[in-house]
Write a protein that binds this ligand. Sequence first.
Ligand code: NAP
Length: 503
Amino acid sequence: MKTSISLKPTIFVIFGGTGDLNMRKLAPALYNLYSDGYMPQKYAIIGTARKKLTDQKFRDVLMEGVNSFSRTGKVKKEKWSKFAESVHYTSVDVSAPETFKSLKDDIEKYQQEFGPGTQVVYYLAVAPSLFPLIAKCLSDYKLAGDEESCRIVIEKPFGRDLETAKELNQLLTSIFTEKQIYRIDHYLGKETVQNIMAFRFANSLLEPLWNRTYIDHVQISVTEQLGVGDRGGYYESAGALRDMIQNHILQLLCLIGMETPINFDADEIRNKKVDVLKAMRPFSPDDIRFSTVRGQYTKGWVEGKEVPGYRHENGVNPDSNTETFAAIKFFVDNWRWQGIPFYVRTGKRLFQTSSLITIQFKDVPHQIFPAAVTEHWQQNRLIISIQPEMSIRLQVQAKRPGLDMVLNPVDMVFDYKGTYTTETPEAYETLLLDVMTGDQTQFMRADQVESAWELLMPVVNAWESKKSLSFPNYTADSWGPEDAEALIARDGFHWFTLPLNKD
Ligand code: NAP
């Protein structure tokens, strides 16, 4: 986390320079960092892909991306021209190692121009099957550098199971040190997610309540209204478990469940997070039957438009067993959380797009109010809304104004929009800056990734080996399969949602 910025000269190599991720996220983030004065004085951005492009054509393509997807809207002409002077393109086919030669020449040219201390960042915005090829070529061409001069950023998914994640970790760590490897989970760069640490550890009033004595359960709900769209091919080999739970949701759970770090050191924080994953209760076959629910959407209507079922989306097997919804009850077996359920759910084509963490506190130990005044009684809740609304709400009971004593729940709200006038940076801006400053706090360490896979493998294997006979089992625009409601209702709770914002 930065308080002041002084960046070393940086050569930023983007593998997959012409791809969707660069257009949507990386190029807008780099341009916004430049606009806000957060790029190094000396930098070069080198895009690579198989396509043959001139520097100018590549700049034009990137500008289109920025114009379409940047949070700050269309580029300012003068600013863009200055930024784009340092943007270049080199054609590289990573399955033809000899094509790395021209990339090496480019990197060396900028290293000489920028002088000693120049750092090189390799961003792998390509299909995961190409990660090993790129890492090997960087090694063969002696481009992997050392801890100070060189970093590699790996996009998700990191492996598709424990074995492949381990293989990739082994390969990467045979070429790079752990300090050079940045496994990105863009959720961790979101302002609201970073604020969980600030909220938990910069306020003394929460910690005494943050345990099994006062909390009765936790919910993490990451729901999307969209279907898989044109990413059906990718999603077929992923599914909700791999796409959302193994990474984003378990990382959120770690932030809620972790012990207090002794300082803000990247490894100290990551140690505390990995402790949570290691304390999570392994799944027995019975747990998989009773504590997990999978779903797949069928066709339906969203905002007056008919939308196809998952099995009819492009690139999807008409008999697909891939889950587009998953709900799981986890336990963290340690002193702080023993017996407290953590319910998580995620899915596509659901009623609402939102990411919410709800911490429900235990009820008062003794009710002094008569039943007539507590009709709307609600246990206290802390609701951290990550997106689209960015807020933290504390739901408490209050007396409704009037001559009668009637209680109802009210929200004490910290809302980003109302509190701050400064714009919120995109997650990728935060994370790319972290890579340039060498701050690994918001990136996944090898043991975090592997522990998350280890925990989920019994569920992955059970779901893959046994075809669901109930698929498709929820309609578009619903909250998912009924079994997901039952999963939480059995324990006397229900999934919490925020009212739809009609703005
Ligand atoms: P994409 O649009 O398909 O882009 C793939 C890029 O790789 C293209 O630039 C392509 O250009 C290049 N490429 C393919 N084969 C190559 C080869 N043999 N040598 C060199 N370059 C090659 O994919 P994407 O959506 O940007 O996703 C990239 C990675 O980011 C994936 O791992 C994905 O899971 C991850 N990710 C993406 C998003 C997103 O919003 N898109 C979000 C999170 C994570 P050429 O065809 O010209 O070679």
